[in-house]
Write a protein that binds this ligand. Structure first.
Ligand SMILES: C[S@@+](CC[C@H](N)C(=O)[O-])C[C@H]1O[C@@H](n2cnc3c(N)ncnc32)[C@H](O)[C@@H]1O
Ligand code: SF4
Ligand code: SF4
Length: 435
């Protein structure tokens, strides 16, 4: 993971850069090995001068404050769950603060150019047929992307093919981005990326559903796409993880497992998948909360996992129309039960034209979020648009409703964020947030 424990004594004083989930892991790792870091640093000013974790006394400071307090008598461990962000921090420390690379304990070389975080960090065996790229790829140019055939090949061969495809795509983005099948995808961005093609680390392993677990809801914006590619093949998802572990390209400390793209509570292999928690991975569970799972509730109580629930409505009627089942009340009561575990939760609302794009639904949804926030562990309320729509200006009504949602969340003191297939411009951002 971080470094060989026998090297720890020569690390000297350590500042942990990043006060999120990964920061806590690093803190626990270092203290378990007898090293007490000086402080945390983070770019998020709302974390400054506070203890970011209830069970750890260290403060989080801005990097400037750390320098004023400790001079340059410390080394830095960057602890974030996304390599792209890690490279941005490296660049910022080296070029803005003139920190020497040698002081960054986990420094990796990077370059600046077109790239994509999905391509860089994720492996997503889709529908059990292929090992391929997913996320927005599912919505963008899916068929143009090279696929590693997992159906006819053993897992080892399929993984090699996947890694080779990835290398070719990365190189193409450097040499001729406009000829890449990724060209035009909303995930593509000008950023910092790893130069080491060989030293892969998957920060995210995302599993999707199997043929046998048709979802218990039929959301208009998802259901068709979700089952586009399902074929009846044996479940080799755990075998893939075993192989990734053998090759040391995943690690409990840095890899998150995402159970998404379908409904985990109806997946016939749900017990095996949820049991990956016992290996020590952080597990992000996407669920529609239509079925309450005691196992998930127990995981939430114990920490090291979270649920992300796409509710998408604030009234019974809209829920029934959009999601194809009449279970809004059940979902609300299940969410309240989950919230009582004290576990981390993100509640989502995908705004669909002429379906749920009205103030009544948004208000109802935010009131539900407020009820689920009774112990302040609602990490985020995320509004997004349908990602299958093109990368264009959002309709006026969408922008107006985002602004409305932002205002209402501020009244309740709830965290909120907004997603679109493109990055919001400064003007759009100002319109939504009034800042
Ligand atoms: C496919 S769902 C599976 C998880 C779970 N069944 C649920 O409904 O929350 C994973 C996530 O993808 C999002 N999603 C699916 N289709 C989408 C689309 N067309 N646009 C934006 N988000 C979408 C959903 O909101 C959900 O949060
Ligand atoms: S840029 Fe888009 S299409 Fe290409 S790998 Fe990333 S998410 Fe997939
Ligand atoms: S509940 Fe989730 S997986 Fe099922 S159709 Fe809706 S968004 Fe898709």
């Amino acid at each position: 993971m971080f470094t060989n424990p026998k090297d720890l004594p020569r690390m000297g004083n350590i500042v942990i850069y990043g006060a999120g989930n990964m920061g806590l892991y690093t803190y626990k790792y270092l203290t378990a090995n007898g090293l007490m870091p000086l402080c945390f640093c983070d770019e998020d000013t709302s974390k400054h001068h506070k203890q970011p974790y209830y069970d750890c006394d260290l403060l989080c400071l801005s990097f400037n404050e750390a320098v004023s307090k400790y001079g340059d008598d410390f080394n830095i461990y960057i602890s974030v769950d996304n390599m792209v962000v890690k490279f941005e921090i490296e660049d910022y420390l080296v070029n803005t603060y003139k920190v020497s690379k040698g002081r960054i304990i986990n420094f990796d070389d990077y370059y600046r150019g077109w790239g994509c975080s999905v391509l860089e960090n994720q492996i997503c065996p889709f529908s059990n047929t292929y090992i391929d790229f997913r996320c927005q790829c599912r919505f963008y140019n899916y068929f143009a992307l090279p696929k590693a055939d997992w159906k006819n090949n053993d897992t080892e061969t399929a993984l090699d093919e996947f890694i080779s495809n990835r290398r070719v795509l990365k190189q193409q983005l450097i040499d001729e981005p406009e000829k890449s099948p990724c060209y035009g995808c909303s995930r593509l961005c000008d950023g910092y990326w790893s130069t080491s093609n060989g030293a892969i680390h998957f920060d995210i392993v995302a599993y999707s559903t199997t043929k046998n677990s048709l979802c218990n809801m039929k959301c208009k914006y998802c259901y068709g796409l979700l089952h586009l590619n399902n074929t009846n093949v044996e479940d080799r998802r755990i075998e893939l993880l075993d192989l990734l572990e053998q090759r040391e390209v995943v690690s409990v400390e840095k890899t998150q497992i995402i159970l998404s793209d379908g409904e985990i509570t109806v997946d016939p292999h749900r017990d095996e998948l949820l049991a990956l928690y016992n290996r020590g991975y952080y597990i992000c569970i996407f669920t529609n909360a239509g079925i309450f799972s005691q196992k998930i509730a127990d995981m939430l109580s114990n920490g090291n996992s979270e649920i992300l629930v796409s509710v998408d409505a604030g009234t019974k009627e809209t829920f029934r129309r959009l999601k194809g089942v009449d279970t809004f009340d059940k979902v609300c009561s299940n969410l309240l039960k989950y919230s009582k575990t004290g576990g981390t939760t993100e509640l989502k609302y995908v705004l669909i034209d002429n379906e749920n794009d009205n103030e009544d639904d948004i208000r109802g949804f935010i009131e539900l979020c407020q009820k689920c926030n009774n112990i302040n562990l609602l990490r985020d309320i995320r509004f997004s648009v349908d990602f299958t729509r093109s990368r264009e200006m959002l309709p006026e009504n969408t922008m107006r409703l985002f602004r409305y949602a932002n205002k209402l969340c501020a009244v309740y003191g709830l965290p909120v964020s907004f997603n679109a297939p493109h990055e919001f411009s400064a003007v759009e951002h100002k319109y939504i947030t009034n800042k």
